[in-house]
Design a protein around this ligand. Structure first.
Ligand SMILES: C[S@@+](CC[C@H](N)C(=O)[O-])C[C@H]1O[C@@H](n2cnc3c(N)ncnc32)[C@H](O)[C@@H]1O
Length: 219
């Protein structure tokens, strides 16, 4: 899902064309995704969201990131390009094959030393981490039914002033369509209410990509 299902395709094309294009390795990765995985259009974040996330990492001085949902590594690479050379990304997925394709591109882009992959259910990976604040940023982009669980594990592990991003929070507009009742859209609706009610953060739901919630943990 992407913004073109919420806004007109023409307007989406215009905003992509008026954003700095992705670096060549990202373009190659997106092209391989398109060739090998027809579903990648609903999996991988779009180029304008990738640029936004690189800029956000740079602007916030982020160093350490946790990502839930690697797929073939496009969003990890965007984030890696926005953090310093000694920055770290811990990215979680259940699929080994996708993670190895991701590593190929991280190496090509010269950022592989910043990124560690964990294969296995992300909730288990999160629960096994120390409970202390250790990340400046989180990006949640995996199974929608588990967003609340991920949020509950992540918020305590984010440093004060740090950011939590959650993807697909408009879910192609289905969040406001009562005839849509899939587990995924219900998971997103529940998550949006849950995050909003959490007094540890302040947040905004942005119409970037398929809806991107940007939450800042209060000091
Ligand atoms: C939307 S894709 C991530 C896209 C990626 N962030 C990008 O922009 O290229 C969602 C990913 O979540 C992974 N996933 C689904 N359930 C999971 C779970 N329980 N634990 C960890 N990863 C999971 C899937 O294997 C898939 O790669």
């Amino acid at each position: 899902m992407n913004i073109s299902e919420i806004f007109s395709p023409k307007l989406h094309e215009y905003l992509v064309e008026h954003s700095t294009p992705p670096v060549s390795v990202l373009q190659e990765l997106a092209a391989e995704n398109e060739r090998r995985y027809p579903d990648s259009v609903i999996m991988q974040i779009g180029p304008e969201q990738g640029r936004f996330m690189t800029l956000l990492a740079q602007l916030s001085g982020t160093r350490d990131i946790i990502e839930i949902g690697t797929f073939t590594g496009y969003s990890s690479l965007c984030l890696a390009l926005g953090i310093p050379d000694d920055g770290t990304i811990l990215t979680c997925d259940i699929d080994e094959e996708w993670a190895s394709m991701a590593r190929r591109y991280w190496e090509k882009a010269g950022v592989a030393h910043k990124i560690a992959s964990r294969i296995g259910p992300a909730a288990d990976t999160l629960r096994a981490l120390p409970a202390d604040p250790m990340f400046d940023m989180a990006f949640i982009d995996a199974d929608k039914q588990s967003y609340i669980d991920y949020w509950n594990e992540i918020v305590p592990r984010i440093r004060p002033g740090g950011l939590i991003l959650a993807d697909n929070t408009l879910y192609a507009g289905e969040v406001v369509d009562p005839t849509k009742t899939s587990d995924a859209v219900q998971g997103i609706r529940g998550f949006n209410d849950h995050a909003l009610a959490d007094e540890r953060v302040e947040l905004v739901l942005l119409s970037v990509g398929d809806g991107l919630t940007l939450a800042r943990k209060k000091n």
